[in-house]
Design a binder for this molecule. Sequence first.
Ligand code: FAD
Length: 426
Amino acid sequence: MAVERVAVVGGGLAGLAAGLALKAAGAHVELFERSRILGGRATSFEIDGVEVDNGQHVFLACCTEFINFAEAVGMSGALHLQDRFDATILSRSGKAGRLRTAALPAPLHLIGSFASYSHLGLSGKLLIARALAAALLGRCDASETFEAWLTRNGQGAQERAAFWDPFFIPALNAPFDRVGAPDAMFVLKTAFLRDAGAARFGFSKVPLAHLAAAAAKQLDAVHTSTAVLAVTPSAVEGRPNVTLSLSKGDEHFDAVVLAVPPRQAERMLGDPSRYGVANLDRYDPYPIIDVHLWHDGGSIGRDFVAALESPLQWIFEKEPGYLCCSFSAADEYLRQPTAELEALAWREVQTFLPALKDAKLVRSAVTRNPEATWLPQIGATRTQQRTNHPAIAIAGSWTETGWPDTMESAVRSGNLAAAALVSRSG
Ligand SMILES: Cc1cc2nc3c(=O)[nH]c(=O)nc-3n(C[C@H](O)[C@H](O)[C@H](O)COP(=O)(O)OP(=O)(O)OC[C@H]3O[C@@H](n4cnc5c(N)ncnc54)[C@H](O)[C@@H]3O)c2cc1C
């Protein structure tokens, strides 16, 4: 019997991707989202009349399922993707380094610009080259942390500050002693070592909620401001069935995709182990803070720059006069008052971008996301999308996709969850 009516709980990218895939398989799909806006962690909203992203989001060219998702909802024109990887990295003293790929096969594509990278001396470059070779050829086990891997591979303070921190703190969004070495190796190999085009940076040119809205249009019904309190499986005339408990009463569906963060999934299922859903309690959340700065200094002439040895790793120019500064793995700044964060970010911007030394800050805002990404504890196995109940599947960027908690992982998880339901429906 085919899955005819499916509920998707959670209107983030995972839920939306699952919804689209189920629609493509012929199901009637209804989406339930607690918030009044769609997009989950990849969303946007108005602050004083200006629509800002929940935080700057970047994807890489290797994020193929996210790019396909944007295309499927008619938004590929809203994405910008670099022609080749090209990043400017600034030091506090005003020195600029540049890493960009040449037209050579991976991993040779980075050698030219790495050789002239001004933030590292020859010995540092050799140490990093040796670590990259070890990443390609060596092994690490699940119990090793990325911190231990860096130490084992001789990476000192300089190599970390000039290379590992600016790229891997934002990519992994956690202190390196909380990240499994295999997860870091996955990012390193997928983005930098396997395919010369993979690390090209991309970002949305429109506020992120527009992407979610375009996806939602393809579903049969979208219930925003509607929290699902519990999901209970049952059977109707021998067919698997699920009941969604909402504050306004119950709704029944043939199947459900739970595309919410792990703690909410645990609460909704009551006893996840009954459905073979493992390890929902083995994830920890990590914060990201973004400080949005509007100034009268015009364009900085680049889409983004990295700031070395700064609490804000990257500065993005959203448009001339509007910068978004992102603080990844920002635990120590989470409780800092807004005015202090704004002043800190503006000070850092004026230090790293001396052209803005005389510019005036016109307005500013802070977006704080204490649960920006979910990371499995070291050695813990990530939750599978398929459960042992034929009418329940799990999605979410934190589930087992092989990718870190990113938009790419969210879309992949939604596709996998939809495939799990469809394959079980016979
Ligand atoms: C500031 C910030 C910066 C980021 N930067 C990047 C980046 O540069 N690149 C990148 O790839 N990723 C980035 N991420 C991560 C990325 O946003 C997430 O990986 C992705 O959006 C997660 O999608 P999801 O659908 O799995 O989860 P979510 O987006 O968390 O969606 C879950 C949804 O479930 C809803 N929900 C929860 N409980 C219920 C309930 N009881 N009933 C109904 N609905 C419920 C929530 O409201 C939410 O909308 C960033 C995240 C943040 C916060």
